[in-house]
Design a protein around this ligand. Structure first.
Ligand SMILES: C[S@@+](CC[C@H](N)C(=O)[O-])C[C@H]1O[C@@H](n2cnc3c(N)ncnc32)[C@H](O)[C@@H]1O
Length: 283
């Protein structure tokens, strides 16, 4: 089924303003960014995305909570990075569709001089980010892929906003999980750690195989719906993303345990153990 494209689907180009190549949004195939948008209560999704989300909710009714808790974790971590750790440069890879409390909004509210480079490989994110960031010269968006980090870190816009000899943070919120084993998420994380200077930070959060049968079931549905065949990796697998880094307390934990304030959604839900995250600092 094809839906009539809305104004933002007709677009676009690059928020960087350098390569305004028109892109087409495919409304017949699921999009990770749009499913996540639906789970967060957004409106930038199509029937195919909502059907995929429904299939996940049928297996684990708290699926939407996992997305909301992940987003909560990212926001809390940005508050920590800018407000407590003094970070003023952020590269957010797999940034997703704009939502309430975007990274640059949180960061620049705490420290207006914070620069943010958003990166996502889904053209719908390019479309929406361009609209959002048009008037903000400390923030940009690159339509690029985590699997090709060289293109991200050498892009002129990244070089314009991020002094890579000074501490910066890389956010990998809910994105390593979408890489297949053969795409080597551990190697990708290691490549990013290598690029961080001393005092730089890496954030990673992902769905987690906590040993419960429903983790396996949900993983199967994620794979069926084209989200990636190994979305649910174990804690032991995910802790390796932080090799050589000092973990910010309390380490790699469910999001309701990571500096969670009173506004964390459903704080006591056991489903929180299906999504974990951490922030590590390069010594
Ligand atoms: C679950 S959303 C997470 C959004 C946001 N980082 C957060 O944590 O709230 C994952 C995002 O990663 C993007 N993504 C998936 N694979 C990617 C890749 N190989 N390179 C760049 N972005 C990717 C998807 O398009 C989607 O927008």
């Amino acid at each position: 089924m094809t839906e009539t494209p809305g104004p933002l689907e007709r677009l676009v180009g690059s928020a960087a303003g350098t390569d305004h190549v028109p892109v087409q949004i495919n409304t017949d195939e699921v999009s990770i960014a749009r499913i996540y948008d639906f789970a967060l209560g957004g409106k930038d999704n199509f029937a195919v995305d909502r059907a995929a989300a429904d299939a996940m909710i049928a297996v684990v009714p708290e699926t939407m909570l996992l997305a909301k808790a992940n987003r909560y974790f990212v926001r809390q971590a940005v508050r920590y990075l800018v407000g407590e750790a003094g970070i003023r440069q952020i590269i957010d890879i797999g940034s997703g569709l704009p939502t309430a409390g975007n990274v640059h909004e949180i960061a620049q509210e705490i420290a207006a001089d914070t620069r943010v480079v958003y990166v996502d490989n889904d053209p719908i994110v390019l479309a929406h980010s361009r609209a959002l960031l048009a008037a903000n010269d400390r923030t940009t968006f690159l339509n690029a892929d985590l699997r090709e980090p060289e293109a991200i870190f050498t892009h002129p816009e990244t070089k314009r906003l991020i002094d890579q000899s000074e501490p910066f943070a890389v956010l990998l919120g809910g994105v390593l999980m979408h890489l297949e084993d053969e795409e080597d998420p551990e190697g990708v994380a290691a490549g990013i750690r290598d690029r961080l200077p001393s005092g730089g930070f890496l954030l990673a959060s992902n769905t987690c195989d906590n040993g419960e049968p429903r983790a396996r079931e949900l993983s199967r549905v994620f794979a069926e719906k084209g989200m990636g065949g190994r979305c649910f990796r174990t804690w032991d697998e995910q802790i390796r993303y932080f090799d050589g880094l000092e973990l910010v307390e309390p380490g790699l934990v469910p999001h309701n345990q990571w500096r969670a304030g009173p506004d964390i959604p459903e704080p006591d839900s056991p489903a929180h153990s299906l999504h974990i995250g951490a922030v590590g600092r390069k010594p």
